[in-house]
Design a protein around this ligand. Structure first.
Ligand code: BGC
Length: 466
C-alpha cells in the first residue's frame, strides 16, 4: 500500500518526533563547527608549531580525507549495527577528536586528531540526513532534513564567532577544544534517540519498529499505514553492492545521488566558506578586521537564508527552489566576475560586490545547501539506501576536496574574473541537469518513490504520485 499524502489530510506532527529530529540534526552543528573553526585557528597554531605552508595544508585537508573515509565506513556500519549506534560512534569521535586537538603536544597528534574529527564529520554527514529521512513523517521530511543543514550553517557561524573571540588572546587550543562541549551534548542526545523503524524492519524486528512508529506518529492509523508500506519495501532481499551490480534502476539512483552532491559543491559555495576573507580582500577590503567581520556576516546570511528553505521545501517543492537557487547563484557569479574584470575602485563598488556575494549565499542556502541532502536521502530504495547514500556522501567530500584544493590555483591561472565566470557556467549546467534529472519528491512517501524508481520511470518522474 502506498502512503501518498496527497490523498489524505495532512496529519499533526507529534512533539516527540520534532525533538528526535532536533537531536539528530545536532550532528550538523558539529559538522559546521569543525568545518568553520580551522580558518581562525590556523595562523596561531602555525606560529606555535612553526608549520610550513605544506604542513598547514595537511592540517586542513586531513579532515576531508577523514570525512571521505568516515562516510565510506558508515554505510556498512549503519546496515550492520543500525543508525543510532553509528551516530553514537560519530559523536564519540567528535569528543575524542576535539579533546585531541585541544591538548595536541605536537603536529603528529594534531593531524591524527583532525583525522578523527574528519571521520566524525563523515559519519555525521552520512547518518544524520539518512536517519532524519527515515524518522520524519513525509509532510515535513524536507523541513526536517533542512533542519540538519540549518545546524551546519549555525555551526559554521558559531565557529567564525568563537574564532573571532579567541583571536584576541590567540588561544587556538580553546578555539578547537570548546567543540568538546557540543560534542558531549550530541553524545547524550543520541543515547535518547529511538532506532529507525526502517532499519528495525530490515532486521526483522517488526515489533520494535511498530513501537517506534506508535511513539512518533500522531495516530495509530498513521503508524500502521507506514509500517505496512515499510514491510512491503523491505521484501527485496539484495543489499548494497549486490543490488548495484544486479539492478540498473538502483545504479541510476546511485548515480543521481553522486551527481547531486557534485552539483552542490560545483556551485562554488564551499569556496566562499573556506576562502571568505580572501574574497573580501579581492573585493578591496584590505584590513583583517574588515575581512573578519565580512566573514561573520557571510556566515549569518547563510544561517538566515536556510530558514527560507525550511519554510518552502515542503510547500513549493524541491525542484522550483533548486532552479531558482542555481539561477540566483549563476547571475551573482557572472556579475561578480564582471566587477573583478573591470576592477573595483570605489567604496560603492566594494559594497556592490559584497552585496552580490551575500545574495549568492542566499541563493545557495535557500536551495542547494539543504535540498541536495534532502534529495540524496529520499531517492534511494530501502534495500540499497545505505550504499547509495554512502556513495553520494563520499562524492560530497571528494568534490569538496577538489574545490578546496583548486580555488587558489584557478585564481592564479585564469584570474578572479575567470574563476567566478567558470562557477557561473557551472551553475547554468546545474539548472540544465535539474531540468533533466531531478525528481520532485514533495509530499510523496519514500516507498512511493522507490516503486517508481524500480518500475523504471525516468529519474525526473520518480516522485510522481502513483
Ligand atoms: C555543504 C558544505 C557547505 C555548507 C555551507 C553544506 O551543505 O555540504 O560543503 O560548505 O553546506 O553551508
Amino acid at each position: 500500500m502506498t502512503t501518498n499524502i496527497i490523498s489524505r489530510p495532512i496529519p499533526q506532527t507529534n512533539r516527540q518526533t520534532l525533538l528526535v529530529c532536533f537531536m539528530a540534526a545536532l550532528a550538523g552543528l558539529l559538522f559546521g563547527l569543525d568545518m568553520g573553526v580551522i580558518a581562525g585557528a590556523l595562523p596561531f597554531l602555525a606560529q606555535e608549531f612553526g608549520l610550513s605552508s605544506h604542513q598547514q595544508e595537511m592540517v586542513v585537508s586531513v579532515m576531508m580525507l577523514g570525512a571521505a573515509l568516515g562516510a565510506l565506513c558508515s554505510g556498512p556500519l549503519c546496515t550492520r549495527i543500525g543508525r543510532k549506534k553509528t551516530l553514537l560512534i560519530g559523536a564519540a569521535l567528535f569528543v575524542a577528536g576535539s579533546i585531541g586537538c585541544a591538548f595536541a603536544p605536537d603536529l603528529q597528534i594534531l593531524i591524527v586528531s583532525r583525522f578523527l574529527l574528519g571521520a566524525a564529520v563523515g559519519v555525521a554527514s552520512f547518518v544524520a540526513p539518512l536517519y532524519l529521512s527515515e524518522i520524519a513523517p513525509e509532510h515535513i521530511r524536507g523541513s526536517m532534513i533542512s533542519l540538519y543543514q540549518l545546524m551546519i550553517t549555525i555551526g559554521i557561524l558559531a565557529a567564525f564567532l568563537s574564532d573571532t573571540a579567541f583571536s584576541q588572546s590567540g588561544n587556538w587550543r580553546w578555539m578547537l577544544g570548546i567543540i568538546t562541549f557540543p560534542a558531549l551534548v550530541l553524545f547524550g542526545g543520541v543515547l535518547t534517540l529511538p532506532e529507525s523503524p526502517r532499519w528495525l524492519m530490515m532486521k526483522n524486528k517488526s515489533e520494535l519498529a511498530e513501537k517506534v512508529l506508535l511513539l512518533l506518529r500522531s495516530t495509530k492509523a498513521d503508524a500502521h499505514i507506514e509500517l505496512e508500506a515499510i514491510r512491503q519495501s523491505v521484501q527485496m532481499k539484495q543489499r548494497g553492492w549486490q543490488l548495484f551490480r544486479a539492478n540498473s534502476n538502483f545504479r541510476r539512483s546511485t548515480c543521481l545521488g553522486v551527481l547531486l552532491q557534485f552539483m552542490q559543491q560545483f556551485t562554488g559555495m564551499t569556496v566562499i566558506m573556506y576562502y571568505a576573507p580572501k574574497i573580501f580582500a579581492i573585493a578591496g577590503f584590505a584590513s583583517t578586521q574588515q575581512q573578519m567581520w565580512g566573514t561573520v556576516i557571510a556566515g549569518l546570511t547563510n544561517v538566515l537564508a536556510t530558514f527560507i528553505a525550511i519554510g518552502l521545501v515542503d510547500r513549493w517543492g524541491r525542484k522550483p527552489i533548486l532552479k531558482l537557487g542555481f539561477s540566483v547563484m549563476a547571475i551573482c557569479m557572472t556579475l561578480m566576475g564582471w566587477m573583478f574584470f573591470t576592477g573595483i575602485s570605489s567604496l560603492t563598488q566594494q559594497y556592490v560586490a559584497v552585496t552580490l556575494l551575500l545574495i549568492f549565499i542566499v541563493g545557495f542556502a535557500m536551495s542547494a545547501g539543504p535540498l541536495i541532502w534532502v534529495l540524496c536521502s529520499e531517492i534511494q530504495p530501502l534495500a540499497g539506501r545505505d550504499f547509495g547514500v554512502t556513495c553520494s556522501t563520499m562524492a560530497n567530500w571528494i568534490a569538496n576536496m577538489i574545490i578546496g584544493a583548486t580555488f587558489l590555483t584557478l585564481i592564479d591561472t585564469i584570474g578572479s574574473a575567470g574563476t567566478f565566470w567558470l562557477y557561473a557556467a557551472l551553475n547554468v549546467v546545474c539548472i540544465v541537469l535539474t531540468l533533466i534529472f531531478v525528481p520532485e519528491t514533495k509530499n510523496i512517501s519514500l516507498e512511493n518513490i522507490e516503486k517508481n524508481l524500480m518500475a523504471g520511470l525516468p529519474l525526473r518522474s520518480i516522485g510522481n504520485p502513483r
